[in-house]
Design a binder for this molecule. Structure first.
Ligand code: ADP
Length: 457
């Protein structure tokens, strides 16, 4: 039984079977514990009414009277003091009445066969059509002593109402079973659909439409599944784009290196040309090295294989050290630097923030104009720390700002400069790892301002 549906059908059938069995055992126990005694009592009273009638209504045709009583739903057995016996009404299936019981009744005792009927797990005494399962009362007719044994004729007493009730129980059970099977089918169809969709997604086929429109848990599962599928599709697209970008970005410096290395081999090369080619090879290798470093960092940030190492450190000192690294460059470009910083302790990953400041400062120099300005400020605010890096460079248009933090994105105006397009996406990821945010304000040809807000962690 592999399918869920098969299991459900089997379980339902087993549950119905076991509940019927359990119900039977319960009512049987109830009969033996409570009803048996009452039933016995009730039948003794009926028998006494019959014998009273016989004794008090002479002259009475005993045979005719007992035939009538038998006809209305009783199984009767009478024995006289001479051992002569007769049956009236319905037949007994088992004739197991002990002789001692007959003798006792003939001597005036009442026989409680119903009450004393042995308790059996799978036999309800109420239905046991046995002579020992009767009640017996004595009576006098004419000059003779008689014993009357009787029990209700269950077959005859089974009226239309019992048949109707029985039919209703069977119909209810059948209908419940059919309804359960239908409901199970309804529940399982969307699951089968989801399984099919999962298989298609596993083979990178995202063209899956689920027609599951329901509000219950399965509906929620289908909705989550669709969201997951869209996310996977998006991730797959990003992954493919990423691979193609990486391949391209590796390919062009490698081609350059290959080309210029070839040129370097040529004889009679002027000193200037040789230096030039070597410089190009050098710059291309450092570009490749930077690209590899950034890619490694991005991958480790993505896979969280590099846990964030929080520690308290002086953020202002880190920023100043980073700027000092590029003093030569600032001087070369005649860029004026304004620093506004106060001693500030911050709790974060120092090594990761190294990359943030490095990227923002080098961008501010790289995309600045000669004799331009850079302002870096660091201040403590109500919610944490705010760092601003502002330049008077080429700026970024509104349309380009929207894509600025995407991997490999480089605005057209900056194409002449060295770059990988990975820096800002790394910056954003690191800031978000510290629950902070980065905003950009920029006007083309006027300058750009990056604002970083870091909450206290
Ligand atoms: P890159 O290695 O190209 O600098 P980044 O991710 O650091 O990559 O920056 C992405 C792009 O954003 C850059 O190519 C550039 O077009 C633009 N950009 C970044 N910083 C500035 C800035 N300060 N001024 C103008 N443009 C900038």
């Amino acid at each position: 039984m592999k399918s869920l549906y098969g299991k459900f059908v089997l379980m339902t059938a087993l549950i119905m079977l076991f509940s019927t069995l359990f119900g039977f055992l319960l009512t049987n126990t109830y009969y033996h514990r409570v009803m048996k005694e009452r039933n016995d009592q009730k039948n003794v009273e009926i028998a006494k009414t019959i014998t009273n009638h016989i004794e008090q209504t002479p002259p009475l045709d005993l045979r005719e009277y007992l035939t009538t009583i038998g006809g209305i739903g009783y199984q009767l057995y009478i024995v006289d003091e001479n051992g002569k016996s007769a049956f009236y009404g319905g037949k007994y299936r088992v004739k197991n009445l002990e002789k001692s019981a007959i003798d006792n009744v003939l001597q005036g005792e009442v026989y409680h066969g119903m009450r004393d009927f042995p308790r059996e797990t799978f036999v309800t005494g109420f239905f046991a059509n046995e002579m020992s399962n009767t009640i017996g009362v004595p009576f006098k007719y004419g000059s003779k002593q008689y014993a009357l044994f009787m029990r209700p004729d269950i077959k005859l007493l089974f009226s239309e109402i019992h048949t109707m009730m029985g039919g209703m129980v069977i119909a209810t059970a059948l209908f419940s079973l059919l309804a359960m099977l239908f409901v199970a089918k309804m529940l399982i169809v969307p699951i089968t659909q989801l399984t099919g969709a999962t298989k298609r997604i596993a083979s990178e086929n995202y063209d899956v439409e689920l027609n599951i429109d329901r509000k219950d848990e399965i509906g929620q599962l289908a909705a989550s599944f669709t969201t997951m599928m869209e996310q996977l599709q998006e991730n797959d697209k990003i992954r493919k784009e990423f691979i193609s970008n990486v391949s391209h970005d590796f390919q062009s410096p490698l081609l350059n290196i290959q080309g210029y290395a070839g040129l370097l081999k040529a004889d009679h090369l002027s000193d200037d040309d040789r230096k030039n080619y070597a410089a190009i090879i050098q710059s291309e290798t450092s570009r490749l090295s930077r690209l590899t470093r950034q890619l490694l960092l991005l991958t480790s940030l993505d896979q969280s294989s590099r846990p964030v190492k929080f520690k308290d450190y002086r953020l202002d000192e880190q920023l100043k050290a980073c700027i000092n690294k590029y003093r030569w460059w600032l001087e070369e470009e005649h860029i004026h630097l304004h620093l506004t910083m106060e001693p500030t302790m911050y709790r974060g990953d120092e090594a990761l923030f190294e990359n943030v400041w490095d990227n923002l400062i080098t961008n501010a120099i790289k995309y600045n104009r000669p004799k331009g300005e850079i302002r870096v400020s660091l201040e403590r605010t109500e919610h944490g720390i705010e760092v601003i890096v502002q330049d008077t460079g080429i700026g970024i248009s509104k349309a380009e700002q929207a894509q600025l933090f995407n991997r490999f994105y480089r605005a057209d105006a900056s194409r002449t400069k060295e770059g990988t397009g990975l820096g800002l996406s790394i910056v954003k990821q690191i800031i978000e790892l510290h629950k902070g945010e980065i905003q950009v304000k920029s006007t083309p040809d006027e300058g750009t301002m990056f604002t970083i807000k870091l909450p206290n962690l």
